[in-house]
Design a protein around this ligand. Structure first.
Ligand code: ZN
Ligand code: ZN
Length: 338
């Protein structure tokens, strides 16, 4: 079968002919329909989290169950399921048993610590593969498996409620979805902040009430405070320390700042402001199986629509190069159905 793997030198990817996987107890064999290409895959391919040459990449896989192993009761042949970054938790630690399974210290991640979804066939742990509802396009579901659930969870963590103000820093792929979830699922009022007018325009089209170009406004935090009275929650998808600092300045007392983007820096956090204004700063990482199930449901209802483009599997190396150069537009999804 065809698969996209980390090359021997851990400098990128190659498309190879790979042996078929076999399933064991509690596992299911999935015939992959498509799998999105994510920035995290680029980190894995480059060995940024530790080198894994030969690993099949991909954590945005969608496919149909073709065979189930012994002991599987949660899936049946024909079910459409996802292959996600949160591939499997231990099931019994303090995180797994308290609704925070993505923090499990023994977690397995698809396309990194175990083979992922960028191949014609993939193996999933049946109890951890979330079913995709009917009516949701597989390519869109692929994007929801990672970017969608990540932003949905972050908006939840921000405590979004109807009528309240939510700010989204960074209006790229993640930010655009965050705006959609905040507006269309949580019925919040939304401010989108970026330094790119095209992305801001797209944010406006999907529901942002206010757009702010950080390059054109001198004091972004003060501007947002003036326009909204301070946001109740802020989600930072931008990979920029500046955005994190502006986020802190954008919340009202009692507000929450949710960190999603991963700049390798420290943020400046005024202890006085944090204490006196009762500000919460939290990190948010992908989502649990339940979060993904909910995110899929809102996708199937047409409330949130990821922008995706299907490309041939053979183009995978080119897609990774474009991603490295930063010239990629929208979400590229590898089509394994042909
Ligand atoms: Zn991803
Ligand atoms: Zn665990």
């Amino acid at each position: 079968m065809k698969a996209v793997v980390v090359n021997k030198e851990s400098t990128g990817v190659e498309v190879v002919e790979h042996e078929m996987p076999t399933i064991g107890h509690g596992e299911a064999l999935v015939k992959v329909d498509c799998c999105g290409v994510c920035h995290t895959d680029l980190h894995v391919a480059h060995g940024d989290f530790g080198e894994v040459p030969g690993r099949i990449l991909g954590h945005e896989g969608i496919g149909i169950v073709e065979e189930i192993g012994e002991g599987v009761t949660s899936l049946k042949v024909g079910d459409r399921v996802s292959i996600a970054w949160f591939f499997e938790g231990c099931g019994h630690c303090e995180y797994c048993t308290t609704g925070r399974e993505t923090l499990c210290r023994s977690v397995k991640n698809a396309g990194y610590s175990v083979d992922g979804g960028m191949s014609e066939y993939a193996v999933v742990t049946a109890d951890y593969a979330v079913k995709v509802p009917d009516g949701l396009d597989s390519a869109q579901a692929s994007s929801i498996t990672c970017a969608g659930v990540t932003t949905y969870k972050a908006i939840k963590e921000a405590g979004a409620a109807p009528g309240q103000w939510i700010a989204v820093y960074g209006a790229g792929g993640l930010g655009n979805l965050a705006v959609q979830y905040a507006k269309k699922v949580f019925n919040a009022q939304v401010v989108a902040i970026d330094i790119n007018d095209d992305k801001l325009q797209l944010a406006k089209e999907v529901g942002a009430d206010i757009i702010v170009n950080g390059k054109e406004v001198e004091d972004v935090g003060a501007y947002i405070q003036e326009k909204t009275g301070g946001c109740h929650g802020v989600v930072v998808t931008a990979v920029s320390k500046v955005a994190f600092n502006q986020a802190i300045d954008s919340v009202r007392a009692g507000g929450t700042v949710v960190a999603v983007g991963l700049p390798s820096e420290y943020m400046d956090l005024s202890i006085v402001k944090t204490v006196l204004d009762g500000i919460r700063v939290v990190g948010s990482l992908v989502g649990t199986r339940k979060d993904l199930e909910e995110a899929f449901a809102f996708g199937a209802q047409g409330l949130v629509v990821p922008v995706v483009e299907k490309v041939s599997v053979d183009d995978a190396p080119k897609v990774f190069e474009e991603m490295e150069k930063g010239t990629i537009q929208g979400r590229k999804v590898l089509d394994f159905s042909k």
